[in-house]
Design a protein around this ligand. Structure first.
Ligand SMILES: Cc1cc2nc3c(=O)[nH]c(=O)nc-3n(C[C@H](O)[C@H](O)[C@H](O)COP(=O)(O)OP(=O)(O)OC[C@H]3O[C@@H](n4cnc5c(N)ncnc54)[C@H](O)[C@@H]3O)c2cc1C
Length: 290
């Protein structure tokens, strides 16, 4: 039987880490999705002077403190990016590439880092635009595709697409020099528009138009509607009540993704509340089963 976690926490910023810590203290079995490097919004901050207990601390130092704290509780970050959260009624399934993880409750602590969409991206979503190479590669077998990549690890997705016979144009949107491979065309141009009629037919860059049947836009963050189908949002934020409960029972949210102010302490505080609410939710389900 598939392992059932008590709480799946999506996001490794202050909100997700605070939720994980408090769930662990409450003895819950957790699965923490996110990056080992935690959140770039932590280590990129030059100086922080509004985090209680630290008059002045660099983002890197605060990140190291957070890491030391979760390590001391034996909390592991899975280094996995959650693709979609499905509510299955009594539990949730979270897909990660071709794998599925199950949990009684979910805390979305995904931040607000969604990069700007490219013209045509939303219009052609599902009509040639995809956010997941592993999920949709076979639809583009032996075709020309473009990969717009926001993280260096996305290169592996481009390699996978070439393995299924795609001719791949790879556009790195990050600062590091991408790996090279004779199977991938690296394009250092700025993507401006995804264009076509009923389906995608080209990607227009600042220098030319590339004829493609598909465009994979690989972001380290998905729009909330794609990550959690059916969850209520307002102005791009997940709607929550004071217990951080969302419109889907058993699904909680915390941090920047629930709205302003975008601040570390607000994120950490909401992570705590979401965690305690998830614990109470699980206790209630368990009692109703007795
Ligand atoms: C340069 C800079 C300086 C700042 N300075 C300050 C300051 O001085 N004081 C202050 O209070 N605030 C400051 N902030 C704001 C602060 O960084 C944010 O409010 C805070 O990081 C929000 O925490 P969070 O956990 O909600 O989200 P984030 O820190 O954004 O963390 C979310 C994490 O979830 C991950 N994630 C997203 N989707 C998925 C998924 N599907 N699967 C797995 N992981 C996922 C992301 O990769 C990210 O690592 C600053 C921000 C920046 C950018």
């Amino acid at each position: 039987m598939q392992e059932l976690f008590d709480i799946a926490i999506i996001g490794s910023g202050p909100a997700g880490l605070s939720a994980a810590l408090n769930a662990k203290i409450r003895n819950k079995k957790i699965l923490l999705f996110g990056k080992k490097e935690l959140s770039e919004k932590l280590y990129k901050a030059h100086t922080i002077n509004n985090y209680l207990g630290f008059e002045s601390i660099s983002g890197q130092d605060l990140k190291d403190r957070f890491k030391k704290h979760i390590d001391s509780f034996g909390i592991e970050i899975s280094n996995m990016f959650a693709d979609t959260v499905y509510s299955m009624g009594e539990y949730f399934s979270i897909s990660v590439k071709e794998r599925i993880f199950d949990a009684k409750t979910v805390i979305a602590a995904v931040g607000m880092d969604f990069p700007k969409t490219i013209r045509g991206e939303r219009e052609f979503l599902g009509k040639g635009v995809s956010y997941c190479a592993t999920c949709d590669a076979m639809l583009f077998k032996n075709k020309k595709v473009a990969v717009i990549a926001y993280d260096k690890d996305d290169f592996n997705e481009a390699l996978y697409l070439s393995e299924v016979g795609c001719e791949v144009y790879y556009i790195p949107m990050y600062s590091e020099t991408p790996e090279s491979s004779d199977r991938i065309n690296i394009v250092t141009e700025k993507p401006l528009e995804i264009s076509g009629n009923d389906f995608v037919s080209s990607l227009i860059t600042d220098q030319r138009s590339i004829e493609v049947s598909g465009v994979f836009v690989l972001k380290q963050m998905k729009p909330v509607h794609d990550l959690i189908p059916g969850v209520e949002t307002a102005n791009g934020h997940i709607v929550v009540d004071r217990s951080m409960q969302t419109s889907i029972p058993g699904l909680f949210a915390a941090g920047d993704c629930t709205g302003k102010p975008y601040q570390y302490m607000k994120a950490a505080g909401e992570g705590l509340v979401a965690s305690l609410s998830a614990v109470a939710y699980i206790d209630k389900i368990n009692k109703s089963k007795v």
